[in-house]
Structure formats: structure tokens, C-alpha cells
Design a protein around this ligand. Structure first.
Ligand code: GLA
Length: 705
């Protein structure tokens, strides 16, 4: 073991300073690079607090495990007990090893029979990953309640942002002042959920997209979760995240360990966009990141076109029109298997229905492939309808407690994938379909929350979550090149754990472009657009019944993994022409849209969103201006452009790949056809946008001259 007690990890403007001199890992600093030579001792003394009256007699920094035994009175990192004993621990460092920007520490409480370990890894993009585990070294079993990963926030962290949401309105931000107490966002629905905080932010007062310091924490986990911000009465603030364990869910037998989901922590000195940028650069640095494998194919999903009415002739008509538009992937959604003629039956029976597909799926797949497209298929393998052959054969294969049958959700129960028989059944049937047919992509749904999720009475969300990761990985291993989309009634399973097992997320069942402006903006805080399905929906939205111009829907869908979800056989020739030109625009520009830096510009009023993608070398950008409501002023405030090179000259012009927005004008601004300005002028002066009706959008192309 090294005798060194002070460690600094440094990358891309971020420093993490960890001290072990008090016998436990203390994160002294996580944030901006501190610079200068080794400031170990002085930093420690700088942070040494005075001792007030009516407190313990010496200052104690409890470190990351926050033991009560060290005098800490907030929420400890470890909660648990051994039959009422060993609930209070004091861990002492027993092993330390460090590498380039990594630090591993193992600590033990020999008397309590427990060991904890932590691994810090600061990646090249400044993303800090922290993995913790706990091991029962005692002789009897230890019931673990909680192992949370905590990081300190500096005193200037004043506000937090987390997210709430529901079906068809995912990820609405909540911003609040940090006050004394513990602010907890808990998910107990057995999936990350529509209400999930993919990434929690803490920031300096008034921080915005471009300015201010921001600290973020996300969890690589798709089951139950807890995100926390805690301010002590002392004023010290910490941010934490971990898996939410149900009572008795993890009981460690002698020698067993629990691995907490990895925490992904980001710091930005340049506002929220800086956090987003770190996330994107981290995810895109993975060799198997979807846009590193191949350009994201323009997708048509037939769900809102046909729902459960599967009919070869109609689907081939759709494929014909799709081919004309330039679609590259054709996805058959729910309804092709078992007795699945509506949502009352069939889940669990993953065999092609003889009733609707007497000759199997081959005729459709051939038609799709003949038209130059690849084929995708829908599954919902973790679910089971009581009206299914599988349930009739194995009613015991559902997650449940005792004799109670959980309430149905969409007429379905959750299949217990921790049951080997159930797992093998699903894997076997899905694998057989993928082996029989040429299928490039599967959309994997999850349309029910987990309630009383137990295997033989014991809570099983954790094991169920691990099972679906295993299943996805095994399917991908058996079918190289297979892409998986994680869907859960739209955006109910989008998280930083699933990014390692799936290639795409269905962002929301809401294809209403106005709602999508918000849903995509906030989901994109942590997840890059190439992983987020965004489809042009029907003229009249099926989920909100709003009507939107095609240009607005198309521009909104462009900033994602684009596609269509609309009965395009009903489109007019003008609409088809607009879709064809938009499809070509998507293909010509996806390399930029899926590799560039995401920029969201603070507008003076929030009646419009301005966002764009700027090439990493700042040579090009595409920005969108989208009106959300009627403008408060007679004429709108300037559209500004951030993220460009202030000293470079740029040519800017409006482009209309899917037709014009609805103007409310007697005379349009003169710049639309193109003008040249510096990046500085574009950032500060900006452009006067044309006056648009609410719920309209246009694009501006920016090119260095
Ligand atoms: C969920 C999905 C939809 C669609 C239906 C099919 O709601 O989010 O996109 O696949 O299931 O039943």
C-alpha cells in the first residue's frame, strides 16, 4: 500500500482532490482545475473548520462514507444492519492503489465485519465515474438498506435542477434553491421512469446554459433510484445518488458483495451546456456508440399509422411511400405475434401470428428490403398478458408477493426474468425470431410499472434490472449488428445505465412538436440526439390533438435520431415533396447533428427556444428557432448564436428543408437570404427573427467563410 495520502485527478479543466490522511477518503474538491503545485497540506488546512460551541470538540470531516461514528449527523453512505447490530460502522483505509487519474480505496471495519471500496476514475472528457461496493466479511448475513455515493458541493452551489414527468410529458425541469435539509427524488417503479432525473444538477445562483458553475450527477442504472441533495445545518452541501433498495432486497451472506451502480459526475464552468458537452463527448468516445458504428438511419415506425391493424397490403403501401421519401429503416410495431390483436392479449407469446401473418413476416420483410430499407420489429419481453399461452402454462412466472396478483397495467403483468425458466423462454423465442428473419433493429418496450416486484417473496427489482441488461447483451452477442431501442411507454427507460445496453431511446410517445421541443431539450441535457428517436408525427397529434405545420414537426424531429411516425400514404404530393427534401437534409447533415456540440441559447423571453449544433471545429452550425407561444413584444427579441468562434466570419442564412413556417408579416427581415457577420456579432447582436405564429420554427445555417 502506498504511503501517499493526497491524490489529485485532473482532466479537461476538472480537478478532483482526495485526501486519506484522516484514515478515510475525503473529497476535498471536485470542480474547476485548481492549478499550481501540490497544495495538499494547505488545502487541507484551508478547509479545516473552526470548532463552534455546543458541538463535538474537534472538527471532523466524515469523508465519503459519512459514518455516524465520525460524528457525522447527516445521512450516512451505508445503511444496514446485522440482526440489529453493526448498523454503525467506522471504516479505516486498508488498501489504496492509484493509476493515471484513478484512485481505488478499500476500507474495513473489522469489528462490524464489513468492507467498503470506492474507485474514482476521471476520464479524458472530465467525467468522473465513481463505483462503490460493500462486502460482508462477517460470519452472518448483513441486510443492506443503502449504499449511496456522495460528493461535496462548494458553498456557492445555490440551486438544483431535477426532473419530473409523466407519460407523453417526460422530463420537465424543476429548479429550486438549496436549503437546509435533504431533497430526495426517489423512483420506485422498477424502471428509470418518466419522472426520472437522468442527471441531477447543482449550480451557482442564476447559472444558465452558457454561464455559471454546474455540478451534475447521474446514475448508471435502470431500476429503482434515489437522487439526493443534502445541506447540513452547518451549511455544508453534498449531492448523492444510488440505487433505491427495497426492504430485504439485498441481504449479503458471509463473503458476498454488493456493487452499487456507477455514478457519473460532471462539472462545468460554462453553464449547463458544458455538462451536456461532457456527457456527449464521454458517450461518443465509446467505440460502440451508435453514431460511431454507422450513420443513424432515417426510420419509419408504423405504430401511429396502423396501430394493431396489421395488413400486408397496407404496410407495403406504407413501405412504397417511405421508399419514395428516402426512409432507410421500416419498423413493424406491436401486434404481429400470438393473439395480440389489441392490447388485451398475447404478451409472452413471441411467435408470429398465423391469423394476421399466414405466410410469416417474410413477405413484408422482403418487400421492405426490396425497397432498399432494413427491417425492425417490436417486442415487450418483460411483460405478460394473463390472456396468453405463457401465462396459462406458467401463472407463477410473474413478479408478485404471496398469493396476491398485482393490479394489472395495460392488462399486463411483469414477467419474472429472475426465474430462469421465464428468462430462457423470452430469450429463446426472441432469439428464434431474430435467427429466422433478417432483422436489423428491435424496439423493446416496457409498458407497466413494477409493483410488489418480488421473486419468491423477496424484492427483485435489482435482479430484474440485471436480467434485462443480460438479455440485451446476449441478444446483441448472438446477432452482431443488432440495434436495440429502449422504449417504455415512450421515454420511461432512458438513463445512463441503459446507454451501455441499448442504442436508441424512444424519447416519448408524444409526437406533438410543441411538447417535443421541451421533452427533447431536457432529455438532451444528458443523452445525445443520435440516441433519441424523434419522429415527424401526424398533422393532428394523436396524443394532444394539436395541429402543427409540417415545417414545425420536421424541424423538431431533425434534432434527434430522425424518423416518421405517420400514415404517410395519406400525405398530399406537397407534403411528400417536403418530407423528401427534409429526409435528404437529415442525411446530408446528420454527421454534424450527431457529432457537434449542443448549444441552447438563453432567449430574453421564453416564448421561443433557440438551440443548435455547432461542429467541434466551429466551422459549421445548424440552429433552430422555435416559437412556443405568442410573443410578448410586437417584434421578437434577437436570435443569438453561442458557441461559435468570436473572431471568425460566418455566413448565415435561413433554410427551409420542409417548407416555410407561418409568418405574421407585412415585410420579412432582410438577412434571411444570407449575410456575413463575426461569431462575436452573432453572439451579442444576433439576428432579428421574422415574426412567426406560435408553434412554428425555422432553421439557420451557419458556415465559416
Ligand atoms: C408503447 C410504446 C409505443 C408503441 C406501443 C405499442 O406505448 O411507447 O410507441 O410501441 O407501446 O403497444
Amino acid at each position: 500500500m502506498t504511503s501517499q495520502t493526497f491524490f489529485t485527478l485532473e482532466a479537461d479543466g476538472v480537478s478532483v482532490v482526495i485526501d486519506l490522511s484522516t484514515g478515510t477518503p475525503v473529497v476535498l474538491h471536485w470542480g474547476v482545475e485548481l492549478g499550481g503545485p501540490n497544495q495538499a497540506k494547505d488545502l487541507l488546512s484551508a478547509m479545516q473548520e473552526g470548532v463552534p460551541h455546543a458541538d463535538l470538540d474537534a472538527f471532523q470531516n466524515p469523508g465519503i462514507w459519512r459514518e455516524n461514528a465520525r460524528g457525522f449527523l447527516g445521512r450516512p453512505a451505508v445503511l444496514g444492519h446485522r440482526d440489529g447490530q453493526d448498523w454503525s460502522q467506522m471504516f479505516e483505509v486498508v488498501e489504496v492503489s492509484s493509476g493515471e487519474n484513478t484512485l481505488y480505496v478499500r476500507s474495513a471495519d473489522v469489528a462490524a465485519g464489513l468492507e467498503v471500496s470506492v474507485n474514482f476514475e476521471l476520464g479524458a472528457t472530465g467525467i468522473l465515474k465513481i463505483s462503490q461496493s460493500i462486502k460482508n466479511t462477517g460470519t452472518s448475513s448483513f441486510s443492506l438498506g443503502d449504499l449511496t455515493t456522495w460528493l461535496p458541493l462548494p458553498d456557492q452551489a445555490a440551486e438544483t435542477v431535477d426532473f419530473t414527468g409523466r407519460w407523453v410529458k417526460e422530463r420537465q425541469p424543476q429548479r429550486r434553491e438549496i436549503q437546509v435539509g435533504t431533497w430526495a427524488r426517489e423512483i420506485r417503479e422498477g424502471r428509470s421512469g418518466h419522472d426520472y432525473t437522468i442527471v441531477q444538477l447543482a449550480m451557482t445562483s442564476g447559472a444558465d446554459y452558457q454561464r455559471g458553475e454546474v455540478w451534475s450527477m447521474g446514475l448508471q442504472w435502470s431500476g429503482n433510484t434515489r437522487h439526493l441533495v443534502e445541506r447540513q445545518p452547518t451549511g455544508r452541501t453534498t449531492m448523492g445518488a444510488g440505487e433505491l433498495l427495497l426492504p430485504g432486497e439485498v441481504i449479503l451472506e458471509s463473503g458476498e458483495s454488493y456493487e452499487a451502480p456507477t455514478v457519473v459526475a460532471g462539472y462545468s464552468a460554462q453553464g449547463i451546456d458544458g455538462i451536456t458537452d461532457r456527457h456527449y463527448r464521454w458517450l461518443r468516445s465509446r467505440p460502440n456508440h451508435p453514431s460511431n458504428v454507422r450513420p443513424r438511419p432515417l426510420t419509419l415506425n408504423v405504430w401511429e399509422a396502423v396501430y394493431f391493424n396489421h395488413n400486408l397490403e397496407k404496410l407495403v403501401q406504407l413501405a412504397d411511400v417511405a421508399q419514395g421519401i428516402g426512409v432507410e429503416r421500416f419498423v413493424l410495431d406491436d401486434g404481429w405475434f400470438g393473439d395480440r390483436r389489441d392490447d388485451h392479449a398475447g404478451l409472452g407469446d413471441w411467435v408470429v401470428s398465423k391469423d394476421v401473418w399466414p405466410n410469416g413476416l417474410k413477405p413484408l420483410i422482403d418487400a421492405v428490403k426490396d425497397r432498399g430499407m432494413e427491417f425492425g420489429l417490436w417486442f415487450e419481453g418483460e411483460m405478460i398478458n394473463p390472456d396468453s399461452d405463457l401465462y396459462r402454462a406458467h401463472p407463477e412466472w410473474i413478479l408478485h408477493v404471496g398469493d396476491r396478483i398485482p393490479p394489472e397495467g395495460r392488462f399486463q403483468q411483469v414477467l419474472d426474468l429472475t426465474h430462469q425458466g421465464a428468462y430462457d423462454h423470452v430469450f429463446g423465442q426472441v432469439d428464434a425470431i431474430l435467427s429466422e428473419y433478417d432483422i436489423a433493429y428491435i424496439k423493446w418496450d416496457h409498458n407497466r410499472t413494477l409493483t410488489e416486484a418480488a421473486h419468491l417473496g423477496q424484492a427483485a427489482v435489482r435482479e430484474q434490472t440485471k436480467a434485462i441488461y443480460r438479455l440485451f447483451d446476449q441478444l446483441r452477442a448472438n446477432h452482431p449488428g443488432l440495434e436495440i431501442e429502449s422504449c417504455s411507454s415512450g421515454g420511461g427507460r432512458i438513463d445512463l445505465g441503459m446507454v451501455e445496453h441499448a442504442d436508441r431511446f424512444w424519447t416519448s410517445d408524444c409526437n406533438d412538436a410543441l411538447e417535443r421541443q421541451y421533452i427533447q431539450r431536457y432529455t438532451q441535457f444528458a443523452i445525445p440526439p443520435e440516441m433519441l428517436g424523434s419522429h415527424v408525427g401526424p398533422t393532428h397529434s394523436h396524443t394532444t390533438h394539436r395541429t402543427h405545420a409540417l415545417s414545425f414537426r420536421a424541424i423538431t424531429a431533425l434534432f434527434g435520431h430522425a424518423g416518421l411516425e405517420w400514415d404517410v400514404t395519406e400525405t398530399t404530393p406537397e407534403e411528400r415533396a417536403a418530407l423528401t427534401s427534409w429526409a435528404a437534409y437529415y442525411k446530408a447533415n446528420r454527421a454534424l447533428l450527431h457529432t457537434g456540440k449542443m448549444i441552447r441559447v438563453e432567449q430574453k423571453n421564453e416564448a421561443a427556444f433557440v438551440h443548435g449544433v455547432v461542429a467541434q471545429d466551429k466551422s459549421r452550425a445548424i440552429f433552430a428557432y422555435a416559437t412556443l407561444r405568442a410573443m410578448p413584444g410586437q417584434t421578437p427579441s434577437a436570435m443569438r448564436f453561442e458557441g461559435l468562434d468570436p473572431n471568425a466570419m460566418y455566413r448565415v442564412k435561413m433554410v427551409e428543408p420542409a417548407g416555410s413556417p407561418q409568418y405574421i408579416h407585412r415585410q420579412l427581415p432582410t438577412w434571411l437570404g444570407g449575410i456575413e457577420l463575426t461569431g462575436a456579432a452573432l453572439a451579442v447582436v444576433g439576428l432579428r427573427p421574422p415574426i412567426l405564429a406560435p408553434e412554428n420554427a425555422f432553421l439557420v445555417e451557419v458556415e465559416r467563410v
